[in-house]
Design a protein around this ligand. Structure first.
Ligand SMILES: [Zn+2]
Length: 697
């Protein structure tokens, strides 16, 4: 493989006789390309850390007749020129010309590329760019991906090398692992932290076009060669077509992912317009998520149970119901019919129960699925099959979510199938409007659209829907349809909330809350110095978009309660109470209920900070111990530090915030807090939690 790379270099230099190597440097970074356009320096000067691996910045994948994917190596003239002190241009000729304008600005290398398909008959399917081939990392590096709001991987190489495909892919050439933005990936950047410095890799694309966050471990057979960090786009250019790509950013900066997050937010501020949440959500601690009727027909909670459900929640500060499975077909069945359940008195009976729930001080958010269409419905046969996402073979894409009951048949033999609505089809908006109307007619004060916050599994290939094929910018449409749904709700009743499942930046701006997907309470590693366990989930999305209100997910039983609720409080999340996967209410988990009551007392007391303030992770506060977990919330002239002790019998520490004075404290379980001058001194037994309030001096 090395020999191949070498021979390509020799070949490229043959075409680049007049080219020169160039260097761009300011007081923060140094970037250099050799005469063949290879990245030979990507260096943070203060940290003296260079990530460059001496190879070029992209891969092109074309379709050529029967061959669907073939890498094309640059085969034309290469020119490298410096066009200003901070700017260079690299051009590749040949069948697929590439022009890259490289600009350094502060600690960022900004890359603007244009690609052209000059072939006679091939399709330029994929452009992997920017690709830092043979990236130089120490064994201590940490990878922060933005999957499901933020995830830590203790090694970029281990992440890439973990995704073997068995026989399906050419693992002998490269093992590849990626996340899709915006689908399960919340924001269009990722970060590798290494040697006190970080590499920020971002795409500034306000069209929210599908971007792969790609790591490749190149191999020669089973011998690992290089690690490549990249992004990838799918332009599908036909012969004669060109495309200017959005700006990509590579920043070798000092500091950790928080610095990267601030960079992304600075760009996102050019388009992100967060709509304020409704009052009911601003005053909420979370919800009980309950399936009234299961997919297999069993009613777990009849409409007559609403007062019982509401009372159980109110006992522990949870006043809301995320109402699943309220229609006759049951959960994950019958979409989009949501047939009134005449076995229980229909919508009239449900309306009465909702009325009682709300009269007790509760909120009811009504479930609808934002995209699934049950293939057994008349609607699917008449309209759904035409407006749903199509595979590349032109067939409706189908999904299945089989629920199990007392038997095994539903799981083993299969049950219920769904198409997914393509969000470019205008009539689907009318469907979503009808869902809003139904929720309003039921007297609820919230509409929840499942699966609408993130991207769909299937990229639609149906050109009759009026979008490009493949439909890689589907999330632009999805965000737009949510904006319109929000406007429609506001036109009907501005107090009604809108919630979705899954957190992505583009959709989060239009909703009042997000029912997260994939948030986890598991630990990724232990801090090498202190032994402090470090969560696999990293609050990157929470930090970059603190205005977005997000729930936790996954406390489904009555075990490990204190630790998990403490994490929920540390992050300032809403509680998604889903006992036994929505089959029980909080009364079935007495430990959880008791602890939530304590947690919600704190949430109510310091709501202005720890629920509705600005989540700032560990910014601002200085803690004398590295063995505690803590976060900071800001509102007005106050800050709150939430601190917990996850693993030691006891630990004490001082907290200080420059320009602020410790004012008061409260907490759960065995904690002690006192003032030492402007500082707070706190002692925490294992699993105790304290909220420390600081006021501006
Ligand atoms: Zn479509």
């Amino acid at each position: 493989m090395k020999l191949c790379a070498l021979s390509f270099g020799v070949l490229a230099s043959f075409f680049a006789q007049a080219a020169q190597s160039i260097e761009l440097e300011n007081d923060k970074i140094s970037v250099a390309f050799d005469e063949n356009g290879n990245l030979v320096s990507l260096k943070n000067l203060a940290a003296n850390k260079d990530f460059a691996g001496g190879q070029n910045l992209f891969r092109i994948i074309c379709e050529d007749g029967l061959i669907q994917e073939r890498e094309v190596f640059p085969d034309g003239k290469i020119t490298v020129s410096k066009t200003a002190d901070n700017r260079a241009e690299i051009s590749y000729g040949g069948e697929f010309p590439v022009k890259i304008i490289c600009t350094i600005d502060g600690d960022e290398l900004r890359l603007d590329a244009e690609i052209t398909n000059a072939s006679k008959s091939k399709i330029l399917r994929e452009f992997q760019f920017p690709m830092i081939k043979n990236v130089q990392l120490s064994p201590k590096n940490r990878l922060i991906m933005n999957s499901e709001g933020g995830e830590l991987f203790p090694s970029a190489l281990a992440y890439a090398a973990s995704k073997h495909t068995g026989y399906k892919s050419q693992d002998n050439k490269a093992v590849e692992r990626y996340g899709k933005y915006p689908r399960e990936v919340s924001m269009n950047f990722y970060v590798v932290e290494d040697d006190g410095c970080s590499l920020y890799i971002a795409c500034e694309d306000a069209r929210f076009d599908l971007t792969l966050h790609l790591l490749r471990q190149r191999r020669d057979g089973y011998k690992p060669l290089f690690l490549d960090l990249a992004m990838s786009k799918f332009p599908y250019l036909k012969p004669g077509e060109s495309q200017t790509l959005p700006t990509f950013v590579l920043s070798p900066h000092v500091g950790d992912w928080h610095v990267s997050g601030k960079k992304y937010r600075k760009w996102a501020d050019t388009w992100y317009k967060k709509m304020p949440a409704v009052k009911s959500v601003m005053e909420m601690n979370g919800w009980q998520r309950v399936i009234l009727r299961q997919q297999y027909g069993t009613v777990l909670f009849p409409y007559s149970d609403f007062e019982k459900i509401c009372k159980a929640g109110l006992d522990c500060g949870i006043n809301s119901l995320l109402m699943f499975g309220w229609w006759k077909e049951g959960m994950d069945a019958g979409y989009p019919d949501y047939t009134a359940d005449d076995t229980q008195g229909g919508d009239d009976a449900l309306r009465e129960s909702i009325k009682k729930f709300r009269a007790m001080g509760g909120n009811v958010m009504v479930y609808f699925n934002g995209q699934l269409i049950d293939v057994s419905t008349k609607y699917f046969k008449e309209r759904g099959q035409y407006i749903c996402d199509k595979t590349s073979a032109g067939m409706p894409h189908l999904e299945s979510y089989p629920f199990g009951s007392d038997g095994t048949g539903l799981k083993a033999l299969g049950n219920k199938e769904f198409g997914t609505a393509c969000h470019a089809v205008p009539e689907w908006f009318d469907m979503l409007k009808s869902y809003v109307d139904r929720a309003i007619s039921l007297g609820a004060n919230g509409v929840f659209l499942d699966q609408m916050g993130g991207g769909s599994i299937q990229t639609c290939f149906d050109a009759s829907h009026g979008h490009k094929v493949p439909f890689t910018d589907a999330m632009y449409y999805k965000a737009e349809i949510l904006r319109k749904v929000r406007d429609y709700i506001k036109s009907k009743n501005p107090d009604i909330s809108l919630g979705v499942e899954r957190a992505t930046d583009c959709t989060s701006q239009y909703v009042d809350y997000i029912h997260t997907c994939g948030f986890g309470y598991n630990y990724a590693e232990k801090d090498k110095e202190t032994g402090r366990p470090i969560l696999k989930s990293v609050p990157t999305f929470r930090y970059v978009f603190p205005e977005a209100k997000i729930s936790d997910r996954g406390i489904r039983d009555d075990t490990d309660i204190e630790r998990r609720v403490n994490i929920c409080l540390l992050w300032g999340l809403l509680s998604d109470v889903e006992i036994y996967r929505c089959r029980e209410i909080i009364d079935a988990a007495p430990n959880y209920k008791k602890y939530l009551a304590e947690a919600d007392r704190l949430r109510d007391k310091y709501r202005r900070l720890i629920m509705n303030g600005t989540f700032s992770d560990t910014d601002y506060a200085v803690c004398s111990s590295k063995r505690l977990d803590y976060t900071v919330f800001v509102a007005g002239d106050e800050m709150a530090v939430v601190a917990t002790n996850a693993y030691l019998d006891g630990e004490s520490a001082e907290f200080s915030i420059e320009g602020y004075k410790f004012a008061e404290a409260d907490g759960i379980s065995a904690f002690n807090a006192s003032a030492e001058g402007d500082k707070a001194r706190v002692e925490l037994k294992r699993k105790a939690l304290a909220v420390l309030i600081f006021k501006k001096k």
